[in-house]
Ligand binder design. Structure first.
Ligand SMILES: [Zn+2]
Length: 503
């Protein structure tokens, strides 16, 4: 059957988006494939569709539970029932039930840490895995902005599964990161499919303001002026909440704050209201966006500076998925880089924290080696943040077998130093981009090692090339019709029902 027919039959689309067909053809020809497709182009389809052409199972490794859940829902929405996610959401009993009946599923989503469990690996080894998918593959690289130590072992797991046909997907990877992906997965021969990350319908605008107060005033003006809906990103929950309250006070009533501190139910509600055009503005932290497939977002404003170019690109990529003109505004006041620098430091254990931990480390009686089972209770008294503890624990569990205590301690210190340097450099690179005096679009493309000699710049390219803010102005205020009111309670009930059915 023609690919377009399969696309229409199972997914209801008439045409492929950029890059999708090339990736799918490459897989169906039996070639390992590393694909870099821009945000909003439907990367998931690149493994969803081959599932209908290949025998056996599609195994998808996904780094985030929320993302995994979203991908499962997405397939179910298309009517596919043979989908399962093996992750820490499952109770032991549910897990064994799923494992017992694994051959019933076509699409198996799994977190990398689950792959390390021998019982699960044994079971997976009995399957015929026709495609091994690494989603968000940039997490493999230490140079990737979202490095996950668990991802480092994927090459080893892939080998245990008999080196199946492999697809590595990412939206944001520099050349160095892409090289790391290929090396880690041990792909000797592969197809590389890279479509440009450029989104010509998104204009870039950087606004330098003198101070916080001034920034706040300018933000108000932008939100009043610009065509909505839009997303405003903040680096702190508090700032997101304060600004949402201020916007409501100033008459932008359909505004909500969204961050990881809200209850799950509340988060789903806000997300769904935004998707269904019942909200105009979301004041969010980076917790918002993954899995929000909304086509008509007209602006993304960054009130604070992001941690690196990769996440900036991912966040502004939520604008203009319908292809219509949209704008990305980054607001900067002198010294703004201090906040991400502090955040970066807070993500890694400090020298003092590591010292403390090792001073309190229980030693195994007759050896200087670490008995990992004994230090876990220290977690509660250590004062480590969740991220700091996760990184430390990952490191210890990956390295303790080979190291003496003193050596291990030095290794963690070096590791944390190195990561912090990478993070600091990323922030400074973004600051350079903010201060740049040449085309912002070209600089972003250069960052991802793309050539720019032949790109056709849009009329509204960036503040350096010249831009007409009028083109992004609201034509008329959006009015909210009561008959459009959409019941989120029904939606929640449906989700709960679905998750019950899955169990
Ligand atoms: Zn430009």
């Amino acid at each position: 059957m023609e690919l377009e027919k399969i696309l229409f039959k199972h997914f209801g689309y008439q045409n492929f988006k950029t890059g999708q067909k090339e990736v799918i053809l490459s897989i169906l020809q039996g070639c390992h494939t590393i694909a870099m497709l821009p945000t909003g182009t439907g990367k998931s389809l690149c493994y969803q569709l081959p599932g209908y052409c290949l025998e056996g199972q599609i195994l998808i490794i996904s780094p985030l539970l929320s993302l995994m859940q979203d991908q499962v829902e997405q397939l179910m929405k298309f009517g596919e029932k043979r989908v399962v996610a093996i992750n820490s959401f499952l109770s032991n009993e549910e897990k064994w039930n799923v494992l017992k009946n694994l051959t019933r599923y076509k699409y198996i989503f799994i977190s990398p840490e689950m792959l390390s469990a021998p019982a699960i690996m044994n079971k997976l080894q009995t399957l015929q895995i026709s495609l091994f998918v690494v989603d968000e593959a940039h997490c493999i690289s230490q140079w990737g902005f979202d490095f996950r130590p668990d991802y480092l072992k994927l090459g080893e797991y892939r080998e245990k599964l008999g080196n199946p046909l492999t697809l590595a997907l990412t939206a944001t990877a520099t050349k160095k990161v892409r090289e790391d992906i290929v090396q880690s997965l041990n792909l000797h021969k592969f197809n590389r499919i890279e479509s440009t990350i450029d989104r010509p319908n998104i204009a870039f605008y950087v606004e330098e303001v003198s101070d916080y107060r001034n920034k706040q005033d300018r933000l108000m003006e932008y939100v009043k002026l610009l065509q909505k809906p839009g997303i405003i990103y903040f680096s702190s929950k508090k700032a997101a909440e304060q600004m949402a309250a201020l916007l409501i006070e100033k008459g932008i009533s359909k505004t909500m704050a969204y961050h990881a501190g809200l209850e799950q139910e509340q988060r789903i509600l806000i997300q769904q209201q935004f998707i269904h055009d019942q909200l105009d503005v979301i004041c969010a932290t980076s917790a918002f966006g993954m899995g929000v497939n909304k086509e008509n977002v007209r602006f993304v404003i960054h009130f604070h500076m992001p941690m690196q170019m990769e996440s900036y690109l991912q966040e502004i990529g939520r604008a203009g998925r319908d292809g219509k003109p949209s704008i990305a505004i980054l607001m900067y006041s002198p010294g703004d880089e201090q906040l991400p620098l502090q955040l970066a430091e807070g993500e890694l254990p400090s020298r003092q924290q590591i010292d403390w931990l090792f001073n309190h480390f229980p030693r195994a009686e007759d050896t200087n080696l670490v008995d990992v089972s004994t230090y876990l209770p220290l977690r509660d008294t250590s004062g480590f943040s969740e991220t700091q503890w996760r990184i430390t624990e990952d490191f210890i569990s990956n390295h303790h077998r080979y190291s003496s205590l003193e050596y291990l301690k030095q290794e963690i210190i070096d590791f944390a130093d190195e990561r912090l340097t990478v993070k600091r450099n990323n922030i400074l690179k973004l600051k350079k981009w903010i201060e740049a005096k040449s085309c912002r679009r070209e600089l972003i493309l250069h960052h991802f090692d793309e050539k720019t000699e032949n790109i056709a710049k849009p009329i509204d390219c960036c503040d350096i090339c010249g831009i007409q803010l009028d083109h992004f102005k609201a034509l008329e205020p959006v009015t909210f019709k009561p008959e459009d009111e959409w019941s989120w309670r029904d939606y929640l009930a449906k989700i709960l029902l679905n998750s019950e059915l899955r169990q």
